[in-house]
Design a protein around this ligand. Structure first.
Ligand code: SF4
Ligand code: SF4
Length: 239
């Protein structure tokens, strides 16, 4: 059964998609951006694993980890970075570099498209990327993506966050998932667990006053939406 946190996650994705008005160059089959440099929360990882289980694709899923490149533990999460900024500390955003093609990319299409994480959903471009031409998108869109990522991290606070493949491996080692994913050696799950960090609560947003006209309605739509008789804001605040 889908959990309350997963229902909130899906709604956040839907509200973000409704809000985005950018004209995008992204098309099916365009996939230079599909690297292993994808950060996800455990809530997103749970949703991906549910999809794998529901479709009986455990063996296929396990085989994907043969393509895993070396990943590394994040030094700071999105909310950790925001907290440092809000405290006036001098911090620079972490750069992960390109770590190889995402193992879920098959024939240039995402094989887990329906349940892909937010990092993949918000990574878009208004002009077609080329190996020497990176993605191009409006500054306010990047600010909104960061704000939404902060909300998603808050939703999964206390659980973990990290590279998608490490988060998935770590989740496969939990008592709930072990029986379904026993084809993955426990040592791989332990390695995944060693590479993830704790998701933190939202310390505040880093939005500029002049961005609020565009981003405010998105945050309002997310926070006010009701699931099981409670607004997402109250669910996030545990009220
Ligand atoms: S972000 Fe760039 S590479 Fe990725 S789908 Fe969009 S245009 Fe293609
Ligand atoms: S999960 Fe899907 S959308 Fe995300 S990087 Fe991998 S193939 Fe691309």
């Amino acid at each position: 059964m889908i959990s309350l946190h997963e229902k909130v996650l899906v709604r956040i994705f839907q509200e973000f998609e409704k809000w985005s008005e950018e004209s995008l160059a992204c098309k099916k089959g365009c996939a230079i951006c599909c690297t292993q440099n994808v950060v996800v929360t455990a809530v997103e990882g749970d949703w991906i694993l549910r999809y794998i289980r529901d479709h009986g694709k455990e063996e296929w899923f396990a085989s994907k980890f043969q393509l895993k490149a070396d990943t590394r533990r994040p030094q700071v999460t999105t909310n950790g970075f925001a907290a440092s900024c809000l405290q006036g500390e001098d911090v620079t955003p972490e750069s992960y570099g390109n770590t190889g093609v995402c193992p879920f990319l098959e024939e240039n299409c995402c094989s887990i498209y329906k349940v892909r994480p937010f990092s993949c959903r918000c990574f878009v471009s208004s002009s077609v990327c080329k190996p020497d031409t990176p993605a191009l998108i409006a500054e306010y869109y990047l600010s909104a993506s960061t704000a939404v990522m902060q909300i998603i991290e808050h939703l999964g606070q206390g659980k973990f966050i990290g590279n998608m493949l490490d988060v998935l491996l770590a989740l496969c080692g939990t008592s709930e998932n072990r029986k379904n994913f026993r084809m993955l050696p426990a040592s791989m799950s332990e390695q995944g667990l060693a590479n993830v960090v704790k998701a933190l609560p939202l310390p505040g947003f880093l939005l500029l006053e002049e961005e609020m006209d565009k981003i405010g309605p998105l945050l309002q739509a997310i926070f006010s939406y009701e699931i099981e008789g409670k607004s997402i804001e109250n669910i996030l605040n545990n009220v």
